[in-house]
Design a protein around this ligand. Structure first.
Ligand code: SF4
Ligand code: SF4
Length: 56
């Protein structure tokens, strides 16, 4: 499992990248992108995203 990111909704704010405890998120072409092998499904990014672009 890994967090799912709706690239249509993502506004590239970077908030999720700041809260990820395992640095699984990076910005690619102004959209958050997850390293699925690194994500530990903690949900921190999901509750932080201002546009509900992330889900578990
Ligand atoms: S669910 Fe947790 S570990 Fe996975 S990308 Fe989001 S903040 Fe990082
Ligand atoms: S917090 Fe949401 S809108 Fe901001 S970069 Fe992450 S996925 Fe995109």
């Amino acid at each position: 499992m890994a967090v799912k990111i709706d690239k249509e909704k993502c506004i590239g704010c970077g908030a999720c990248i700041d809260v990820c405890p395992v640095s699984a998120l990076t910005m690619v072409d102004d959209k958050s992108t997850v390293d699925e092998a690194a994500c530990v499904d903690c949900g921190a990014c999901v509750s932080t995203c201002p546009v509900d672009a992330m889900s578990l």
